[in-house]
Design a protein around this ligand. Structure first.
Ligand code: FMN
Length: 204
């Protein structure tokens, strides 16, 4: 099963796009193998080279690795009930945050969440080069994160990311095991892209 389901996860793209994009998916079963610290830092190096509005770089990360047990356990408390069922399989959990305001004039940075997403995307593809998979989660308890990690105001917890190497789907409860091995789908290009006007769309 191990490699067959991975073929099932390969993106059925319309064009010959980059292998790392085809190969990426969001697992819930992770191997116990830790991510070597230097490699983990390398992922954040990729993240920080994402573009951002006014080069504000409004992305922040709080990282917990399993070898720092107390910090890791604290991070698991930020997960909601559903994600707590599987995310603690991952050797690394990281909380992502957006910095809400611009440094130069303290006005709201409306694109902070957008830019954080881009940084995570850069990290995701650098990770894939090393067969490290990321699973992003909106299902977190931001107030708990704020309290447990002393997050200051003007920073907003956005997501948690589980990161690690692929594990055996057998480690998951039945319902999640099914999701772990099922195929992936997407909207078609013409459902998300058009020329002309919204109410009179023309094909690209
Ligand atoms: C911002 C964001 C929030 C997500 N939240 C959750 C979550 O709370 N729990 C979960 O199991 N998956 C979550 N996901 C994973 C998505 O369900 C997944 O990316 C989507 O179904 C597409 O599957 P794929 O990543 O395997 O292609 C989230 C993904 C993103 C980008």
């Amino acid at each position: 099963m191990a490699s067959a389901y991975r073929d099932n996860k390969l993106a059925a793209t319309n064009y010959d796009i980059h292998d790392l994009i085809k190969k990426r998916w969001s697992p819930r079963a992770f191997s116990e193998k830790p991510i070597e610290p230097g490699l983990l830092r390398q992922l954040f190096d990729a993240a920080r080279w994402a573009p951002s509005s006014y080069n504000e770089q409004p992305w922040r990360f709080v990282v917990a690795t399993k070898n720092h047990q107390e910090e890791y356990d604290r991070m698991t408390q930020v997960l909601n009930k559903n994600n707590k069922r599987w995310a603690p399989n991952a050797p690394v959990l990281m909380l992502t945050l957006k910095k809400d305001q611009f440094d130069k004039n303290n006005t709201i940075n409306k694109h902070a969440a957008h830019d954080l997403g881009q940084a995570v995307s850069y990290m995701t593809f650098e990770a894939m080069r090393h067969n490290i998979y990321l699973h992003q989660m909106a299902g977190i308890l931001p107030d708990v994160a704020r309290e447990l990690f002393h997050i200051p105001e003007h920073y907003t917890p956005m997501t948690m990311i589980a990161a690690g190497y692929l594990g055996n789907p057998d480690m998951l409860p039945d319902d999640l095991q099914k999701k772990e091995v099922s195929g992936r789908s997407r909207l078609e290009i013409d459902e998300i892209v058009f020329r002309g006007q919204w109410d009179n769309p023309k094909r690209l």
